[in-house]
Design a protein around this ligand. Structure first.
Ligand code: CTP
Ligand code: CA
Length: 228
């Protein structure tokens, strides 16, 4: 794959990638999470590194090996992920949000394990919304000036193009990547739909590793265009 990146299209560029699910605690032994293997995000981090980027990967709980040459920081909750992203966010470069962030967390997480009381009663859970990491970053001054190029992902169950288009505008990102389903979770391959202000382009079905390389090549071209 290294051969795909000569010249190194991201040489000298800082790249921050989020990957995997987040985990939101209910109590010390239980929580809620999303389905995400982290494979796509790890593949993106690896491809960005192969392209010469200076890559930091902020990973939720997944069991995947860190790609060679990539700096990895493990996080658990959406709020951890946001804080860590902000700590490592470059002023110039690329931010790719592949993480499946939990949209909500339990409003109160118990300090001690919740025990059954023997009556058959179940606990009542209520939720609060988590911060939107991608939208927060995309609204930063660097992103608005075009110095930090933000890329979002979207997994939709239906009407991918319409939802991805609306999501791109809502989150104010130049590029939104749709997973062309169904159910790519945990799989080694996928197909992607790249949606930008001008329309959509499909990256046909292949391995996530190969798709990541094609996506990084696409992003590098957009950076080149923006700088010219
Ligand atoms: N995202 C994020 N922080 C969140 C929710 C989502 O950074 N709290 C990012 C994801 O990493 C992804 C993009 O936003 O890059 C789209 O995520 P998605 O779940 O598809 O969109 P939502 O805005 O959460 O809308 P919904 O789940 O209702 O479709
Ligand atoms: Ca969501």
């Amino acid at each position: 794959l290294e051969a795909f990146f000569s010249p190194k299209v991201l040489a000298g560029k800082a790249v921050l990638v989020t990957a995997g699910p987040t985990y939101e605690a209910i109590d010390p032994v239980r929580g809620i999470t999303n389905l995400s293997s982290g494979k796509m995000g790890f593949a993106v981090a690896r491809a960005a590194r192969l392209a010469g980027g200076d890559v930091t990967l902020i990973a939720g709980p997944v069991s995947l090996a860190t790609p060679r040459g990539v700096k990895r920081v493990n996080v658990r909750s959406a709020r951890d992920m946001l804080q860590t992203v902000q700590a490592y966010l470059p002023e110039r470069g690329v931010f790719v949000a592949t993480a499946a962030v939990a949209d909500w967390r339990p409003a109160n997480s118990a300090d001690q394990k919740i025990k059954k009381d023997g009556s058959g009663q179940t606990p009542e859970l209520s939720f609060v919304e988590n911060p939107d990491i991608l939208a927060t970053v995309a609204q930063s001054a660097a992103a608005q000036k075009g110095e930090l190029f933000c890329v979002g992902f979207a997994a939709e169950s239906h009407d991918l193009l319409a939802h991805a288009t609306a999501k791109r505008v809502r989150k104010q990102v130049p590029l939104l990547v749709g997973n062309i389903g169904p159910a790519t979770f945990g799989q080694d391959d996928n197909a992607l739909l790249l949606v930008d202000a001008h329309g959509a382009r499909e990256l046909p079905h292949t391995s996530k590793q190969a798709l990541a390389v094609l996506l990084i090549q696409d992003i590098a071209q957009r950076l080149g265009g923006a700088q010219a």
